[in-house]
Design a binder for this molecule. Structure first.
Ligand code: MN
Length: 501
């Protein structure tokens, strides 16, 4: 773990407060204290499997988020994240003391529930819940990552089969989601902490290779850094930061697999990061680097002009620095750097000047559909188990922003029955993203659906059966039609009663 996130042995509330102090106000600190006292009192009777007092766990999750300089609302919610699930304190009480925002996050985490490892079906159920929670408030996922990272650091206290299961799930599900959300730092932590439990032998081997390469390269790297510093100064390019970073172990392993274990073909085992004021300085620096060292053909990548799908931006180049020795440079602005480390969480991250980045306009549900597919590709034995529980789901929204998940190609009628039987029976039209549409239109992830109701209508249309996709809708329609038929038959055979006044 990077130093600023490393959890001290005897982690205390003071450690957390010190971290938060670096980027926050006094009022924020009061909130942290209050959340801590509440959680501590609530968990007083509980212990971790390791025997440690339970409060250590939420404290550590909060500490990781504070190490990333994330908003105190998030940090406070992390302190409270296991309270409603495990103790007598309710969400209502949390809302009373901490307000709607924090209570909403805590409730999101509680809905996810404690993950219990009971076979594939349960696993998929968890996954589905996770996507719904994430679509509602992505911060829930950020807290969940911190929760998981701490659990991974204490995995050795658990029995072996559980260790493997948790580590595997982190690798197959959590890490790819973090990646898709652009959260490089969390992805790296989740992967590297899980790696030794899932692939112990490979882990040892990869670690040895990397250590060797790192020792060999270290002094030369220092030389390169000094040379570049000097040259940038002479060209009057203002450097914000320059550091060497070691490739994360699991991602090194993935690359080794792709390159047939030929470590000479992995050029970014150590990469040098150059952080600059603005984009034009980035291009100027690329030129300076190429003037100093000869670039490798086909290794100059402009992810500034053409960002990666997860939004990653940087200039990459690989150069020869010494008799066939090779090193990679990653050149970026501070904002790009924060984005690469924090991804969507960058909006809740405070930089050294106490400034948060504006919210990025991210089309959540659309992204979620893509993330879903990617994650499912990672889950190895899924096909074999033939569970399509989660496959091909879409996420749509009510006008109030509630998330409803439906099977792919579900229609507004499916949506209506999902909300309420009567809404289904009486629906007469629909607005999809504010425009009128036909009731048979296949819905797409991200659509906002507003059902138009005809209050006088009592029965659904026979035609709907032809296009609905869910059993729920189909059954409701059939039942309603049957009842209606029965009623009209009754009307026919029974004489009309006089209405009483
Ligand atoms: Mn937890």
């Amino acid at each position: 773990m990077p130093d600023r996130l490393k959890i001290p042995d005897n982690l205390s509330i003071n450690d957390l407060v010190e971290k938060v102090k670096k980027y926050s106000t006094h009022k924020d600190l009061d909130l942290i204290w209050l959340a801590y006292e509440t959680a501590k009192a609530a968990h007083a009777e509980q212990k971790r499997v390791s025997g440690a007092p339970y409060i250590i766990h939420p404290l550590a999750a909060a500490y990781i988020l504070a190490g990333m300089r994330l908003d105190v609302q998030l940090v406070a919610a992390a302190l409270l994240h296991d309270v409603p699930e495990d103790t007598n304190v309710t969400i209502e009480e949390i809302e009373k003391d901490f307000g709607k925002d924090i209570a909403g996050m805590v409730s999101g985490i509680t809905k996810l529930g404690k993950l219990k490892y009971r076979g594939m079906e349960r696993y998929m159920e968890n996954l589905r819940k996770m996507f719904v929670a994430m679509a509602e408030d992505v911060r829930v996922m950020i807290i969940k990552f911190a929760d998981r990272v701490h659990n991974l650091t204490t995995l050795s206290a658990l029995p072996e089969d559980k260790r493997y299961r948790i580590a595997l799930e982190s690798l197959e599900i959590y890490a790819p989601i973090a990646n898709r959300l652009g959260m490089g730092e969390f992805r790296g932590l989740l992967e590297d902490l899980s790696f030794p439990y899932v692939f112990p032998k490979e882990y040892q081997k990869v670690k040895e290779i990397q250590d060797r390469m790192f020792t060999e390269g270290e002094t030369l790297i220092e030389k390169i850094l000094t040379m570049l510093r000097k040259e940038l100064k002479e060209s009057q390019v203002k450097l914000i930061d320059l550091h060497g970073r070691r490739k994360q172990l699991y991602s090194f392993y993935q690359k080794l697999l792709r390159k047939g274990w030929d470590s000479d073909k992995v050029y970014d085992v150590i990469a040098l990061r150059v952080i600059l004021k603005d984009v034009s300085d980035c291009y100027a620096t690329l030129g300076i680097i190429h003037k100093l060292w000869r670039p490798l053909k086909g290794r100059i990548k402009d992810y500034i002009a053409q960002p990666k799908p997860n939004g990653y931006q940087s200039l990459h180049t690989t150069v020869f620095y010494d008799e066939g020795k090779i090193v990679e440079f990653q050149i970026r602005t501070q904002e790009m750097h924060n984005d690469a480390e924090f991804g969507v969480a960058a909006h809740w991250h405070y930089d050294e000047f106490g400034i948060k980045q504006p919210a990025k306009n991210i089309r959540w549900a659309e992204d979620l559909a893509a993330i879903q597919k990617e994650v499912l590709n990672n889950v190895g034995d899924l096909e074999q188990l033939k569970i399509d529980f989660f496959k091909n789901r879409i996420f749509v929204f009510t006008p109030k922003g509630d998330v409803i998940d439906l099977p792919e190609d579900a229609t507004p009628v499916d949506f209506a029955y999902h909300i309420h039987t009567e809404i289904g029976n009486r629906c007469s039209g629909v607005k999809i993203n504010d425009s009128l549409a036909s009731l048979s239109t296949p819905l797409k992830s991200g659509d906002v659906i507003e059902i138009i109701i005809d209050k006088n209508r009592k029965t659904p249309s026979q035609d709907w059966i032809k296009f609905v996709k869910t059993h729920l809708a189909r059954n409701h329609i059939k039942n309603a039609l049957k009842t209606a038929e029965h009623d009209s038959w009754l009307k026919f055979v029974l004489p009309k009663r006089k209405q009483r006044i």
